[in-house]
Design a protein around this ligand. Structure first.
Ligand SMILES: CC(C)(COP(=O)(O)OP(=O)(O)OC[C@H]1O[C@@H](n2cnc3c(N)ncnc32)[C@H](O)[C@@H]1OP(=O)(O)O)[C@@H](O)C(=O)NCCC(=O)NCCS
Length: 175
């Protein structure tokens, strides 16, 4: 499903997004900030990731983010993961891979569009996010749109020779 905002719109991922997804998955600055991805994806793995993401699933839903200023240019992706319709919760993550498009409110708008979709269309009641404790821009962004800190998992990720804490964040649907 396509989600439209003022600054950006979100569309389903296609196999053709493989090459650009490959560049994001091989950008250390990005991968260092994300939990659950590893550096050095091959092109084949990136294509495979896009093919899987393009298939209908009731567990994960992912979108490519495009800016309204420059359509047909993927600038990032956003996804809902581990959707649990019984307990009505899911996880969310976002990447603005094209750094020229950061700082323009697109991360914020994409998150709002997908959270709105999860609450109103999917009928979920809680969205969670796991963010590395030193990822200040992301913590700031999630708090700005209403996520609150639930707790900290100490020394959970070993990366670049040091242990990192994970901040658990949650957003609950307003009744
Ligand atoms: C985090 C990320 C998604 C932000 O996207 P973005 O489109 O640049 O963010 P926005 O322009 O919507 O900014 C939203 C808010 O975050 C703040 N922000 C964004 N980047 C920031 C930075 N580098 N430093 C400090 N604050 C920052 C903005 O100032 C804004 O807050 P404000 O209105 O109070 O000033 C983007 O930097 C990114 O993709 N980072 C790498 C991947 C990542 O960390 N993903 C999140 C983990 S799930």
């Amino acid at each position: 499903m396509i989600l439209e905002g003022i600054k950006c719109f979100l569309r389903p991922i296609e196999k053709e997004d493989g090459p650009i997804v490959y560049t994001w998955f091989n950008d250390k600055e990005i991968i260092d900030k994300i939990i659950g991805f590893r550096f050095n994806f091959s092109m084949e793995e990136a294509l495979d990731w896009c093919i899987k993401a393009s298939r209908e699933s009731n567990k994960d839903i992912k979108w490519i983010i495009e800016s309204v200023e420059e359509t047909s240019k993927p600038i990032g992706f956003i996804g809902l993961y581990n959707i649990d319709f019984i307990n009505r919760n899911t996880e969310i993550a976002v990447i603005i891979g094209d750094k020229n498009f950061r700082g323009r409110g697109i991360g914020e708008e994409s998150l709002k569009l997908v959270c709105d979709f999860a609450f109103k269309y999917l009928g979920l009641k809680l969205i969670s996010a796991q963010i590395l404790s030193d990822n200040e821009p992301s913590l700031h962004l999630f708090k700005k749109i209403g996520f609150e800190e639930e707790g900290v998992l100490k020394s959970r990720i070993f990366r670049n020779s040091i242990w990192h804490d994970i901040v658990l964040m949650k957003l609950i649907m307003e009744e």
